[in-house]
Write a protein that binds this ligand. Structure first.
Ligand code: UDP
Length: 328
């Protein structure tokens, strides 16, 4: 029988898609979210337990009420720029918040833990395709906070039997093809939604952050993964833990990267509209190129990223964008 899964950050972009995938797979996703960057309207597939990771008593209450069989931990601050100017926010919310969550889970006897980590833990390793054993040299407090939580999970595994599946995400994009949920950040800082806003005049031109990188067209290269493929991997990660397999780290990338200029060109093709853009300086903390192989996730988890081509991601993001959902 399939039980409750505690989904921290279930009101956010990736978490809300994960809740839909869990519901579709027969689980009940229980969203734990402080609604600081998430949206009540995004909680559609299971109950919402409002609360903050820094509130240990509230966490204990929620574990006691829902008795989840596993935790999927998405809740985090995730903006490189913000992390560069305010590292304390990242160490407190991400690291101290995750410590509370892990201790609450262990005390409740909930020992299966799926964690959202990031390619930002690798830092800038020019012109290599990354894999799970690539060295971790994060450039900013966001990446450092995620690396610290990975270490925490390892330590609690050794001492308390907590078992983890860690996913290191590359660039998540796209939206639910039914547009029930999608990407909506305020403020928005991500390339594709900013571009779609610029295309339909909701904001001024997109600024391309630097054209002097050591890449073929001078702009940064990223590995874009469709959010639905990404959350499918999480359901597989849950099964991995249900089957009592060992704790494991998986990169979620596709092996191919696209530059900012290439994303702009594809967006123009998909939407049939001009993408107003201008060239600006580099953004601090950005790596030149972040691309991952997907061998381990494909071979060991049986992950099949079906939708992670740039056209499909932009098309689904554009459909979601045009739905205007969450906009007050
Ligand atoms: N980017 C850009 N202009 C923007 C936002 C992003 O040129 O207004 C670039 C950014 O420098 C990076 C890529 O687009 O190379 C993806 O950035 P995003 O913030 O979407 O994700 P990140 O790679 O930081 O996780």
């Amino acid at each position: 029988t399939k039980g409750n899964i505690l989904v921290t950050g279930g009101a956010g972009y990736i978490g809300s898609h994960a809740c839909k995938a869990l519901r579709d797979a027969g689980y009940t996703p229980v969203t734990f979210d402080n609604l600081s960057t998430g949206w009540q309207d995004a909680v559609k597939f299971g109950p919402l337990a409002e609360g903050d990771l820094l509130d240990r008593a509230r966490l204990d209450e929620v574990f006691a009420e829902y008795k989840p069989q596993a935790v999927m931990h998405f809740a985090a601050l995730s903006l490189v720029g913000e992390a560069m100017s305010n590292p304390g926010l990242y160490w407190r919310n991400n690291v101290a918040g995750s410590l509370n969550l892990i201790e609450a889970a262990v005390d409740a006897g909930c020992l299966d833990f799926v964690f959202s980590s990031t390619c930002a833990t690798y830092g800038d390793q020019d012109n290599v395709v990354l894999d799970e054993s690539s060295p971790q040299m994060p450039l900013n407090s966001y990446g450092k906070s995620k690396r610290a939580i990975e270490d925490m999970l390892t330590d609690f595994g050794a001492s308390h039997g907590l078992r983890h599946v860690v996913f290191r995400y590359f660039n998540v994009a796209g939206a639910d093809p039914d547009a029930e949920v999608g990407e909506y950040h305020r403020p928005e800082t991500h390339l594709i939604p900013l571009m779609l806003d610029a295309i339909d005049g909701k904001r001024a031109a997109l600024t391309v952050f630097g054209t002097d990188y050591d890449t073929p067209d001078g702009t940064c290269i990223r590995d874009y993964v469709h959010v639905c493929d990404l959350v499918d991997a999480h359901v597989l990660g849950l099964r991995w833990l249900e089957e009592d397999k060992e704790s494991r780290i998986f990169n979620l990338g596709t092996g191919s990267g696209f530059s900012v200029f290439e994303v702009i060109a594809h967006s123009k093709a998909v939407t049939n509209r001009e993408v107003p853009h201008e060239i600006g300086p580099r953004r601090g903390g950005d790596a030149t190129k972040l691309v991952s192989g997907s061998t381990r996730a494909v071979q060991e988890l049986g992950w099949t990223p079906m939708r992670s081509n740039l056209e499909a991601m932009i098309r689904d993001a554009w459909r979601w964008h045009q739905s205007g959902r969450y906009e007050k």
